[in-house]
Design a binder for this molecule. Sequence first.
Ligand code: NAG
Ligand code: NAG
Ligand code: NAG
Ligand code: NAG
Length: 405
Amino acid sequence: MMPKRTPKKSEKLLLLFLFPCVVCLHKSCTDLSKLSLVHVGQKLENINKIQSYIVDGLMACSRECLFQTNCLSFNFHLTSGLCELMRIEADPSTLVPSPDVAYASKVDWGKELTGSCQYTDCPPNYKCVEGSNGGTCVLTECGLPFLEYGINPLYNGTGMGCTAVFTCSGLGIHPENVSLTCSSTTGRWEGGRCRNVASCEAVKECGSDYEDGEYWLYPMIYGNRQKIKVYCFGLNTGNPQAYVSLPPGNKHFYPKYQYDHSCGLNDNFYRSGESVFTKIGLNVDTMTIRSEDYQFTQVLWGVNGEYAVAADCVQRPTQTCTQGNYGSFKINTTGTGVIIDPKTTWGFFGWGSAQNYFNRDSDQVIEIQCKGYCGGCRPESDVKLQVDNDTVLDDNMADEVSCSP
Ligand SMILES: *[C@@H]1O[C@H](CO)[C@@H](O)[C@H](O)[C@H]1NC(C)=O
Ligand SMILES: *[C@@H]1O[C@H](CO)[C@@H](O)[C@H](O)[C@H]1NC(C)=O
Ligand SMILES: *[C@@H]1O[C@H](CO)[C@@H](O)[C@H](O)[C@H]1NC(C)=O
Ligand SMILES: *[C@@H]1O[C@H](CO)[C@@H](O)[C@H](O)[C@H]1NC(C)=O
């Protein structure tokens, strides 16, 4: 048993003055020795508070504490009647001076004070409500708040309707404050959750010393739980962008315009060219690619062409001058951890368009050859990427962002 502080005589007198009921109005509180267990002018710090009520007196406050399973002690504000129920019993040496407040432990008050509740044991987070046939257990609070990856919660109580604000912190965790509320219907802490770093903007927010490179991002579209490897570009700018780094061979080819009947080629056609994508732009929120983002393409000759589009403008009056001359696109996402959504379909566009070759034997490699005058084939919707479930990437292929809270 912890040593109890004995109140000075003047404090006892003060109590008698303020709470005549302690002595005479209630049968069970005639025991004057009880008063020596009340720490007048001291209180327990608020962080341990469950709930508070305005009540009629010290006795009523002790009863509130006795009714609630998690209450182990209470602060009673002598003037305002504020009764603060606390979830721990204080070591008297940790009490802080506070004029006009009295602190007491639940164990010092007899259960008989709770009337018809004295034979009812309620589970944690419940309180007993008196009835003519004994007590009824009613959910009254949520217990200590908990949030995965949340630290340093700030809250003024754990009763229904109370809020607790956590700071999110941890490897790959986006630093932000998340608020939970104790739900009066479920008796559980509900609200947000700590999110993983989901975008290159979030990487930038995490720290100014992050340089462009490969990072593990947790797209919201996958519930923020599934990670993908993303190259963040422009982290030192106001508008960082996400890319997927590709293996060699992601190649666009748009042949030169054939304008005469003798297979002569006009090498000035403005769409013609051959280029290689080393990275493709990715909108992480939707997991769709930016097929016209040419930040990471190498033009071999001519101009860039859209990712995943195969087209040309070759008029083919005879079979003889068309050999090997179809517009083409080769996709290779091997080893990136993502693939083109298998549901993606290609359709024709332009004039006289037709398909010459289409290879989709694997999820990682797609080869398309299409022609037109001008025309070809292109994805029928924005190209979406999906996690490649057949490929497991090494954790060390990208950095897990560590944000300071
Ligand atoms: C706790 O109470 C203080 C003072 O009333 C208030 O400013 C603060 O927002 C409250 N904190 C929470 C988490 O409810
Ligand atoms: C979270 O709240 C704390 C305390 O109010 C504040 O100091 C901090 O700046 C907040 N952090 C964020 C990321 O908003
Ligand atoms: C796709 O890229 C992988 C990895 O670089 C390579 O091994 C493979 O040969 C490529 N496949 C094709 C069809 O180009
Ligand atoms: C990969 O697995 C996840 C989770 O099981 C699933 O939702 C997703 O559709 C799968 N991706 C592909 C391309 O099948």
